[in-house]
Design a protein around this ligand. Structure first.
Ligand code: NAP
Length: 246
């Protein structure tokens, strides 16, 4: 039987990297997408291959249509027809109130978190429909329902849009045997917080999380891997919250 070929955007670090490694263990061949950190992507690719999977890294900005085309073309050329997509690449921009946020940041967050997911999903829908089916998992956020006042309401809004996209696309692509789901993580201990100027955020917020700790990237990867797997064969249009009860 042929192995699933899965594209993970933002596979070089954090949740995406943990997902690449987990999917390799589960028998997927993996495309590690990244935008800037080629060394990190190669490091993850080494780990993926060590688990017996084929792997290719592709530098591609998901908000740029030509990059997305190249991402999927490289995947097909090197690994075969794409059967899976994890729309994980995402950015928050610096933390702050909307009134103080640079419009360039707003544009980037919308373009990566929403347009990027739309472009990748559009391309995947075409490839997977032609191939007889597939699975897409979108990485949303608990922020979509919390709203994230004072931190990044613009980011939260893009993730709410991802949830709505998940609902609609699952209905649109069900007849093509393509399942579309989302995972909505809570606060997860990755570099995203430090890179946006608040390295202490996960530990600071821990007290307000019912499980009293931030999550780990591998705990999100487990949920993504389940939704990608045949175990979830009748699950589509779901938004699975993995947020420690928050
Ligand atoms: P992270 O550690 O900052 O990693 C971000 C990844 O996305 C990196 O691989 C980065 O590539 C890639 N990326 C960024 N912009 C991109 C672009 N324009 N095109 C392609 N790739 C791009 O982030 P994370 O914490 O793992 O978050 C992953 C996803 O989970 C995001 O969608 C985020 O919104 C969501 N999430 C995170 C948390 C959390 O607390 N960490 C909570 C809820 C939801 P480079 O390495 O090349 O820069």
């Amino acid at each position: 039987m042929s192995r699933p070929v899965t594209v993970v955007t933002g596979g070089s670090r954090g949740i995406g990297a943990a997902t690449c490694l987990r999917l390799a263990v589960d028998g997927h061949d993996v495309v590690v997408g990244y935008v800037s950190d080629g060394a990190a992507a190669e490091w993850i690719a080494t780990g993926v291959r060590a688990n017996g999977a084929r792997c290719v890294t592709v530098k591609a900005d998901t908000s740029v249509e030509a990059d997305v085309d190249r991402l999927f073309e490289t995947a097909a050329d090197r690994l075969g027809p794409v059967t899976g997509l994890v729309n994980n690449a995402g950015v928050t921009g610096p933390f702050g109130r909307l009134a103080d946020t640079d419009p360039a940041v707003l544009r980037e967050v919308v373009e990566v978190n929403l347009l990027g997911v739309l472009l990748c999903s559009r391309r995947a829908a075409r490839v997977m429909a032609a191939g007889g089916g597939g699975a897409i998992v979108n990485v949303s956020s608990a922020a979509a329902t919390l709203g994230s006042p004072g931190e990044y309401v613009h980011y939260a809004a893009t993730k709410a849009a991802v949830d709505t996209l998940t609902t609609g696309l699952a209905k649109e692509l069900g007849p093509d045997n393509i399942r579309v789901n989302a995972v909505a993580p809570g606060v997860i201990d990755t570099e995203i917080h430090a890179r946006n100027g608040d390295p202490e955020r996960p530990e600071r917020i821990a007290a307000s999380i019912p499980l009293r700790r931030p999550g780990r990237a591998d705990e999100i990867a487990s949920a993504i891997a389940w939704l990608m797997s045949p175990e979830a064969s009748y699950t589509t249009g779901a938004v699975l919250r993995v947020a420690g009860g928050r």
